[in-house]
Design a binder for this molecule. Structure first.
Ligand code: FUB
Length: 335
């Protein structure tokens, strides 16, 4: 038994090493198609695309090879960029727990945005004095380095403060949605590093009309990993969701609203559940194409704690709805 486990572990390491080599090679060989997962030499999760100029920047979390306490072992955030969806540049570590004096663990799902020439990276972390909170790093460049503002941006003293998603509406109001198991938001001030404390943290009613009946703590499907954006006047909330039934893996679902603050109406399943316990959406329109970034455990040695970021191209229906998107092999180059 012990021998089998050692052999299996060696096989995983060998195959990952081979994948690392072929991954690098494939990036330069396959000019017109990039095969999933996007990053093949480290484990990445929680993809957060940001289009800036003619480039798509992809921020990710990083699952360490070696686990501590058999749980998510995540210390830093990574950035990759592309101009054509096939040739990717690895910008390495752009922010880490070492840069956040008050945090000690769980460098979880981030999202980045630009405002007035500065870049803001919102990141959930575990605080040294316990509980989760949302940190924000600021940089003059999309590829960092990011500098922590020195204190949590959102810190309600409970465990709901994870998975921030940020969006600036046409009237200039910036929103930061977040949360597991509840969806909440704050109105960011123009400086993007503080929020309107008079209004405070707003709680979205977790109803079946908004998020459908499901098996997460609120009784709805809404789980975590919200991704908030607007398209053709319609607001979208895409998220990781738990269907009804026991021991389900996360699928992706979406809801829409006519205003940035809701009310939200359930839209449907965006991506069916896969073999990995978590999934996490990131959506971007880039050079006339629409993409859903997600994660799986499909890299050699993959597991619920060793994930890898993938991408699928999709099209919106004329009425703004989205037909369920399949996990796929990869995407073609943008000409
Ligand atoms: O990657 C750590 C956590 O797992 C994220 O914050 C969640 O969205 C889930 O993907």
């Amino acid at each position: 038994m012990k021998k089998t486990i050692i052999f299996a572990a060696m096989l995983c390491l060998t195959t990952l090493a081979a994948a690392q080599k072929s991954g690098v090679k494939k990036m330069s060989e396959e000019k017109n198609f990039h095969k999933n997962p996007i990053i093949k030499d480290i484990y990445t999760a929680d993809p957060a695309p940001m289009v800036y100029g003619d480039t798509l920047y992809l921020y990710t979390t990083h699952d360490e090879d070696k686990l501590v306490n058999d749980f998510y072992t995540m210390y830093d955030w990574r950035c990759f960029s592309t101009k054509d969806m096939v040739n990717w540049t690895d910008h390495g570590k752009i922010f880490s727990l070492d840069d956040i004096e008050w945090a000690d663990d769980r460098a979880w799902a981030p999202q980045a945005i630009e405002r007035n020439g500065k870049f803001y990276l919102y990141c959930p972390v575990h605080k040294k004095n316990g509980g989760m909170a949302i940190a924000v790093g600021v940089s003059d460049s999309p590829v960092g380095p990011f500098k922590d503002i020195g204190q949590p941006l959102v810190d309600e003293g409970d465990w709901n403060d994870i998975d921030p998603t940020v969006f600036i509406d046409d009237d200039g109001q910036a929103y930061l949605y977040f949360g597991n198991p509840e969806l909440r938001y704050v109105l960011l001030n123009e400086d993007m590093i503080s929020y309107n404390k008079k209004i405070g943290v707003m709680k979205i009613p977790m109803t079946e009309k908004s998020f459908a009946k499901g098996s997460h703590n609120t009784g709805t499907t809404y789980g975590e990993g919200p991704w908030f954006y607007k398209r053709n006047g319609l607001y979208y909330m895409v998220y990781a969701a738990f269907a009804e039934g026991e021991k389900r893996n996360e699928h992706l679902a979406y809801s829409t609203a006519k205003t940035a603050r809701g009310p939200w109406e359930y839209g449907g399943v965006l991506m069916e559940e896969g073999p990995c316990f978590t999934n996490h959406p990131g959506i971007a329109d880039f050079k006339g194409h629409s993409y859903l970034f997600y994660h799986t455990d499909e890299l050699p040695g993959g597991s619920l704690f060793h994930r890898s970021v993938c991408v699928a191209e999709f099209k919106y229906n004329d009425d703004g709805s989205i037909t369920t998107i399949n996990m796929c092999d990869g995407v073609s180059a943008i000409k």
